[in-house]
Design a binder for this molecule. Structure first.
Ligand code: GSH
Length: 333
């Protein structure tokens, strides 16, 4: 009996150590990594996920620039499994995050850097980047403001609207991980560089969407993120009023609008949009209508709606209308 237990433990430990060696992750800096060469078929390739906020951003950007690309869909744990921790994907990005833009076989990391890189290397570098230095500065400010920055974005929800998004995504995560087997989430505990993320998904799986109100730290984070997002939206109203719109820097649609478009879309997925599109923000309202009408919204966002996310939105809407405790935890009136 003991022999069997010892042999099994030894085999499991051996497997784990072998896998660990082949699945090493490390933080990667943003921008082009010309020192890394990857097999590729096309000038531009994109490793992305339908649900991922940052993937939406670069898909919209490539659509605006008219850049054709070969797409590689990679699962996140919430859409099926930790494919981001697979040996295959870690060769593409040892940082184990999406999206990764590949140009002529070399990866470009960090979606905000990918936007600027794609624009600069497109046939029309000034299409999404103003030539006027003041407008360019304003664009860069809003590219930053819409970015998801750092390993722990939750520490800086007041700095960027992008960082306020994960907290507001928790109900969607909870609704999605319900469908994911626990053993798949465990992969994150074994191999993820940031184990706290896997712990967070396990907790969401354990409690489920219905019991989200019982997860006080999650509810507090959601409320703090919503408060921060309201401040970002007030600033958005202010800048649109100042420049006269219809876009952030004025007449020209820029990378700033690409970044902000996907923030709106995530709020739509979480059924938060009506709380942000209030009468006091008429410019923001008109802006969202204009964003949705762009063909790039269809190409980069609407055409990539993931069925699990569509279902999660429905679950949230239904629970809000049937459970007052949940509605109040969501901060809805
Ligand atoms: N700062 C990065 C953030 C990328 C990021 O957090 N990607 C998420 C999807 S939106 C991801 O790959 N998460 C996988 C994980 O953390 O395990 C960027 O802008 O590209």
């Amino acid at each position: 009996m003991w022999i069997i237990v010892l042999c099994t433990t030894g085999l499991l430990l051996g497997w784990y150590l072998w896998e660990l060696q082949h699945r090493q992750t490390r933080a990667m800096s943003g921008g082009l990594h010309a020192d890394i060469s990857l097999p590729h078929e096309q000038e531009w390739e994109l490793y992305h996920n339908d649900f991922s906020l940052c993937s939406k951003k670069i898909r919209v950007c490539l659509a605006e620039l008219g850049i054709p690309y070969k797409a590689h869909h990679i699962d996140l744990v919430e859409t099926g499994s930790y494919e981001t921790l697979s040996r295959h994907f870690l060769k593409v990005n040892p940082g184990a995050i999406l999206p990764v833009l590949i140009h002529k076989g070399h990866p470009v990391y960090e979606s905000h850097d990918q936007l600027e890189y794609a624009a600069a290397h497109s046939a029309t570098p000034s299409l999404l980047v103003p030539t006027d230095p003041n407008k360019r500065e304003l664009m860069e400010r809003w590219v930053h403001k819409s970015s998801l920055i750092g390993d722990n974005p939750l520490d800086a929800i007041d700095e960027t609207a992008g960082n306020a998004i994960p907290g507001l995504t928790t109900p969607i995560f909870a609704a999605m991980v319900k469908h994911i087997p626990t053993r798949r989430i465990f992969t994150g505990l074994l191999f993820h560089r940031l184990k706290i993320r896997a712990v967070f998904f396990l907790a969401l799986k354990l409690f489920g969407l219905t019991n989200l109100p019982k997860m006080k730290p999650v509810v507090n984070l959601l409320h703090a993120s919503k408060k921060a997002m309201h401040t970002h939206f007030d600033e958005l109203e202010e800048v649109l009023t100042k420049t006269g719109g219809p876009w952030i820097t004025g007449e020209q649609f820029t990378l700033a609008d690409v970044g902000v478009m996907v923030i709106f879309d995530r709020l739509r997925e979480g059924d938060f949009l009506s709380e942000f599109l209030v009468e006091e923000r008429p410019r923001v309202n008109a802006y969202w209508q204009a964003l949705k009408a762009r063909p790039s919204y269809v190409a980069g966002v609407a055409n990539h709606m993931h069925p699990m996310v569509t279902q999660a939105t429905k679950d949230i809407v239904n629970l809000k209308s049937s459970d007052p405790r949940f509605r109040s935890a969501m901060g809805a009136s």
